[in-house]
Ligand binder design. Structure first.
Ligand code: GLN
Length: 192
């Protein structure tokens, strides 16, 4: 049976993540309530606006259940705003975070919406990600990475895809562009 992978559906690119997850053999499902996490083998925190998503998580009482989910070792994958929410803190613009990834986030580090761009990963990307094209939309940068954080891909020298055990974070939007290699990595975390 295809593993159920939840997508936090407070805000953001839920449908595009669902498509990418189906392409790698997962059964995506929207998550809005803590009880819905029980059935999920892994979870995606999509991009959007981290402050809005954080408010939604507060309203839905999801902070503690999400931490619990990750601390049980289930894979959790944050993209863009989702990566900010995984970080230990946002350095430049306050937003509450889950503190599951030993890295600080710098929000909107590449500029505003009009500065959105796509770029290939630097040579030397790990895990079969060579040539991956990354779409950045008001993207954060990750800095002060802890010793347990592995950099899987960089763009212009900056880490854009990192992993710390069961936690995966992308500063870009891997659900855009039709390349599901990053979602495939999430599936590989399920098989650890
Ligand atoms: N700039 C947004 C934030 O700070 C993130 C943008 C995105 O997820 N595309 O939350």
């Amino acid at each position: 049976m295809n593993p159920a992978v939840g997508i936090l559906a407070v805000q953001g690119d839920v449908e595009a993540h669902a498509r990418a997850l189906r392409a790698v053999g997962a059964a995506p499902r929207r998550v809005l309530r803590a009880a819905e996490l029980a059935d999920c083998a892994a979870l995606v925190l999509p991009g959007g606006e981290s402050t809005t998503i954080a408010m939604g998580m507060e309203r839905l009482g999801l902070w503690a259940p999400l931490r619990h989910f990750a601390r049980k070792g289930r894979p959790i994958f944050g993209t863009c705003a989702g990566a900010i929410l995984l970080a230990r803190q946002s350095r430049n613009a306050p937003v509450p975070t889950l503190g599951l990834l030993a890295a600080d986030a710098l929000r909107n580090a590449y500029g505003s919406q009009v500065d959105s761009f796509a770029a290939p990963v630097d040579a030397g990307a790990h895990c079969g990600l060579a040539g991956l094209r990354c779409t950045f939309i008001r993207a954060p940068r990750l800095c002060e990475l802890g010793a347990g954080v592995q950099v899987l891909a960089r763009v212009d020298g900056w880490p854009v895809l990192v992993r710390q055990q069961n936690v995966l974070a992308a500063t870009f939007h891997p659900e855009l562009g039709g390349d599901s290699r990053v979602h495939a990595l999430l599936m590989r975390l399920l098989l650890r």
